[in-house]
Design a protein around this ligand. Structure first.
Ligand code: KG4
Ligand code: ZN
Length: 359
């Protein structure tokens, strides 16, 4: 595999949760195809992802998803130069499907393999552009399992500045949405409900914390939102089935809680950014992960970056949620640094994000 000469095509695979994703990316940034086979309809009736169902479905979909990614890119299997696959964190059974498939493919074709940390993948969604962000780069990674502030001083360097001490932002959106009776998946549906609600419906204080002030804490907000639902006598009822509660009242409570919660979470996520850009000398602010698809976060991030005087990087929505293209982009950088993995690569549900390069 040669970097800097012929074009390099990396096949990216992600099966960390409930989407079977595969993509072909050229030279680490140009997305030739990006296929996401969603399992939303399978999990919807349970109100959340069922790990056993997810891994079985990945088994059925992984080969068709890879085939489709190759076909959409107009590339034959033999034209692929390397395989990048998510090694963790995620649901172990789901991860194993993509990992075994990716490993086998790389071994069968005799091409390099790169195991990628899923969070690193999210970060690299912002590098799927011809003009990549400059370093140092301040990253806010917000997904279903993480809310992290990470400083990159170069490719493959990750300095954790702050993280959630309890629930991740996406997790709170999902849990509250479920109790509000909004359909699965919770985050995007709460986002839509919030668009029609009054953000002043409920006040959420900025949590007081000891220690690292750059950490986040969202579990208190979840509790407060659910208490408000209790107070309105609406907890656990689906749509308009609670005697004495008019559908119209219910709907305004649901929208009000959604709007206020979204407002408070977005406020806290962006709270430290201008000061941090200043102290770290960051030359850009990048947001990634599923919650980066949130409409209010996207709007507010513009204003915050402008205030901080640095460019904002935020992927198009389809590259915020899980996808294979971001994994291919991160894998490309690892391979470029000479970090190919062998057939002993393992999936790890709790894989930590570790730097692989020095600045
Ligand atoms: O990155 P992702 O697809 O999977 C994980 O790595 O976790 O993120 C999924 C999370 C879920 O919690 C989902 O509800 C949330 O991202 N999410 C959103 C929106 N779209 C997805 N949260 C708020 N607003 C959205 N529009
Ligand atoms: Zn993700």
């Amino acid at each position: 595999m040669c970097f800097g000469g012929e074009k390099v095509l990396v096949l990216g695979i992600d099966t960390s949760c409930d989407d079977t994703s595969s993509a072909v990316v050229e030279d680490g940034w140009r997305v030739l195809s990006n296929i996401v086979s969603s399992q939303v309809s399978l999990h919807a009736k349970y109100g959340g992802v069922v790990p056993e169902i997810a891994s079985r479905r990945h088994l059925e979909m992984i080969a068709p998803a890879v085939d489709e990614a190759l076909a959409a890119a107009g590339v034959a299997l033999q034209g692929i130069d390397a395989v990048a696959v998510t090694a963790g964190p995620g649901l172990l059974g789901s991860l194993l499907v993509g990992l075994c498939f990716g490993k086998s493919l790389a071994a069968g074709l005799g091409i390099p393999l790169a195991g990628v940390n899923h969070l690193e993948g999210h970060i690299y969604a912002n590098f799927l552009r011809e003009e990549p962000p400059e370093f140092p780069l301040l990253n806010l990674v917000v997904s279903g399992g993480h809310s992290d502030l990470i400083l990159m001083r170069g490719h493959g360097t990750y300095e954790l500045l702050g993280e959630t001490r309890d629930d991740a932002a996406g997790e709170v959106f999902d849990k509250v949405a479920r109790e509000l009776g909004l359909p699965f998946p919770g985050g995007p549906n709460l986002d839509r409900a919030a668009d029609e609600g009054d953000a002043a419906f409920l006040a959420f204080a900025h949590p007081k914390m000891e220690g690292n002030q750059l950490d986040f804490s969202f579990s208190g907000m979840k509790t407060r939102a659910l208490q408000a639902l209790d107070a309105a006598g609406l907890r656990g009822c689906d749509q308009a089935d609670r005697a004495g509660t008019q559908a119209k009242d219910r709907s305004s409570v649901v929208k009000g809680i959604s709007a206020s919660l979204r407002e408070a979470i977005v406020r806290d996520l962006l709270y430290h950014v201008p000061a941090l850009v200043n102290t770290t000398g960051a030359r850009g602010f990048a947001i990634s992960g599923g919650v980066a698809a949130n409409s209010l976060l996207r709007r507010r991030a513009e204003a915050v970056s402008e205030k901080a005087g640095v460019p904002l990087y935020i992927p198009p929505r389809e590259l915020c949620t899980d996808n294979g293209a971001m994994i291919a982009a991160a894998g490309y950088r690892r391979l470029q640094a000479g970090l190919a993995d062998g057939p002993d690569l393992n999936a790890e549900a709790g894989l930590e994000l570790a730097s692989w390069a020095r600045t």
